[in-house]
Design a protein around this ligand. Structure first.
Ligand code: TPP
Ligand code: MG
Length: 554
């Protein structure tokens, strides 16, 4: 056995079940070894897609994601997806061949590439350390890092593991790291600060909890604590769906908040961010934090506390642990807090965006994106996972498509890159095969990431791909247009996206009015053996305020 094969075998042994990638000579053996040892290989058509698929898969499955790429260009192609993963602290391993001769065409400084985007560069150093190196990479990833595991070409081919491979020593290394591939959260036990938070909540009359990425695993604990403290519940966009089903769920806090949700969050007297950065998105640049709101942040990472906004109290610890500790420290019976019966009625009637009246704006041959999305929300089954791309359009799916829980929304937007939406939906679909995957894309993002349409078809994913086509980089049009700038660099002639999709093997429908969506109902009623691309020619809706929020942060 050579080193590359041994590394693949170790990773499979550690519980890696799925690997995404584009295979070349430098990652051929490691990928084949993963497959030979039981992993599923998902071939992407571009490494950018592969990296994002692995990222989305990790987010939606709770397991370590693995992507396998060729040395040099295989890695550079993957970089945008890796930057997104690293910024989101997705537990991810990039297996990359590595050219070690500086005169090789494939040579680049791969460690520097990884560092530049916040990933951790590691290396299989020798045949003797291959097992240790692979286990170390897995552990580092599982603790919440995006890891580049370089596989130097001159080490890959060395003989490894012969004779000693199933020895007791090897077994022990693997056994010690085997906790399936699930991501585990480790951190200090909550202490006196948790008690301080309990006291603060006892004195609160209008508490609000905002849960972020670091609380996606703590939904039950936070609901229980909120019930005791009379708190309303909201999330950042990456945790959308976490409190679905609760009558006190305000959905997303930030640019996507409905007017009622924004009013209630801003009206909090104590606001607790749970595993949530409280950044410009979640707080609308601070406008959702009331002048007299007492701000608390709970986070596993001490450096996250107060990083975006000063807080009165910071509690370091895993959000589920802290929530349990705070609940245990609360004295007295459950209190009403913010939860009046009058408010329950208002929330039930008005908190969803679709219950907020709007003027239909679309003109001839165009559908209003709000009308489109509300109609799709009615048509698509509730067991769904929605992934969105970036752009002016993206608030429509985020605000008007409901999701059943925190695994119903895959929001790969930490790097704000256009073009990751389709690959995100593929990774989510592979992680959650029992749900209908929905990709919501702009025309720009759809055409940027279109190579993976072949992947959707090849995998037979029953995906609905909605393209909000305004024949433009609408974000730029809406931002710069009003000041009279020329817009021919950001506008495009019509493209027949439905026909392009049919060419890839999808079913497709062009939508210019509500009645055209009957084709979606027919597709849903059929065998769903081919993905459906909904080419929606959208108009109206205007420039989005969530995007203005983004431009303010540039
Ligand atoms: C990779 C990348 N390139 C460029 C941008 C700048 N940008 C932000 S939104 C946008 C327009 C995207 O167009 P489209 O997908 O059609 O969505 P729309 O804004 O029209 O709704 C662009 C080019 C970016 N964020 N990421
Ligand atoms: Mg567009």
């Amino acid at each position: 056995m050579n080193v590359a094969t041994l590394v693949g075998r170790v990773l499979a042994e550690l519980g890696v079940e799925t690997v995404f990638g584009v295979v070349g000579s430098g990652n051929f053996h490691v990928t084949n070894a993963l497959v030979a040892n039981g992993a599923r290989y998902v071939a992407a058509r571009h490494e950018g897609g592969a990296a994002t698929m692995a990222d989305a898969y990790a987010r939606m499955s709770g397991k370590v994601g693995v992507v396998s790429v060729h040395q040099g260009p295989g890695l550079t192609n993957a970089m945008t997806g890796l930057a997104e993963a690293a910024k989101s602290r997705t537990p991810l391993i990039v297996l990359a061949g590595e050219a070690t001769q500086a005169r090789s065409n494939f040579y680049i400084d791969q460690d520097a590439m990884a560092r530049a985007v916040g990933a951790v560069p590691l290396r299989v150093g020798s045949a003797a350390t291959a097992v240790e190196d692979a286990v170390g990479a897995f552990r580092t990833a599982r603790a919440g890092a995006t890891v580049l595991l370089n596989l130097p070409l001159d080490v890959q081919n060395k003989v490894a593991g012969e004779g000693e491979v199933w020895s007791e020593a090897w077994r022990l290394v693997v056994e010690s790291a085997r906790l399936a591939s699930s991501v585990t959260v480790e951190g200090p036990a909550p202490g006196a600060d948790a008690v301080r938070l309990a006291r603060l909540l006892e004195g609160a009359r209008r508490p609000v909890f905002v849960a972020g990425r670091g609380a996606r695993h703590a939904g039950d604990e936070l609901r229980a604590l909120a019930d005791r403290a009379g708190a309303l519940l909201a999330t950042s966009a990456v945790a959308k769906g976490l409190f679905r089903g609760s009558p006190w769920d305000l959905d997303v806090s930030g640019g996507f908040s409905s007017p009622l949700a924004a009013e209630l969050i801003a009206g909090a007297d104590v606001l607790v961010g749970w595993g949530c950065a409280l950044n410009m998105w979640t707080t609308r640049h601070g406008r959702l934090i009331g002048q007299h709101t007492r701000l608390v942040q709970v986070d596993l990472d001490p450096a996250a506390i107060g990083a975006h906004r000063p807080v009165e109290l910071g509690v370091v610890g895993d959000t589920a642990w802290v929530a349990r500790a705070v609940e245990a420290a609360l004295e007295g019976p459950p209190v009403q807090g913010y939860r009046t019966s009058e408010l329950a009625g208002r929330i039930a009637a008005q908190v969803r965006w679709r219950d907020v009246p709007y003027e239909e704006e679309a003109g001839e041959g165009r559908i209003d994106p709000r009308t489109l999305t509300i109609a799709l929300d009615d048509l698509l089954p509730p067991a769904r996972v929605v992934a969105t791309d970036s752009g002016n359009f993206m608030g429509y799916p985020a605000m008007f498509l409901d999701v059943p829980d925190e695994r119903g929304f895959c929001f790969t937007q930490a790097f704000q890159s256009v073009g990751l939406g389709l690959a995100s939906a593929i990774g989510a679909a592979v992680a959650l095969p029992d749900r209908l995957p929905v990709a919501a894309l702009g025309d720009g993002g759809a055409l940027m990431g279109i190579a993976e349409l072949e992947t959707v078809v090849r995998l037979g994913l029953p995906m609905v791909i909605v393209v909000y086509d305004d024949e433009a980089y609408g974000a730029e049009v809406h931002h710069f247009g009003p000041s009279g700038h020329r817009l021919d660099t950001v506008t495009f002639p019509p493209a027949d996206l439905a026909r392009i999709a049919r060419g890839y093997g999808c079913a497709a429908v062009t939508v210019t009015q509500r009645a055209d969506l009957d084709a979606v109902a027919s597709w849903l009623a059929g065998p769903r053996d081919r993905p459906l691309l909904v080419h929606a020619k959208v108009g109206g809706g205007g420039g989005s305020w969530w995007l203005e929020e983004a431009f303010r942060g540039h």
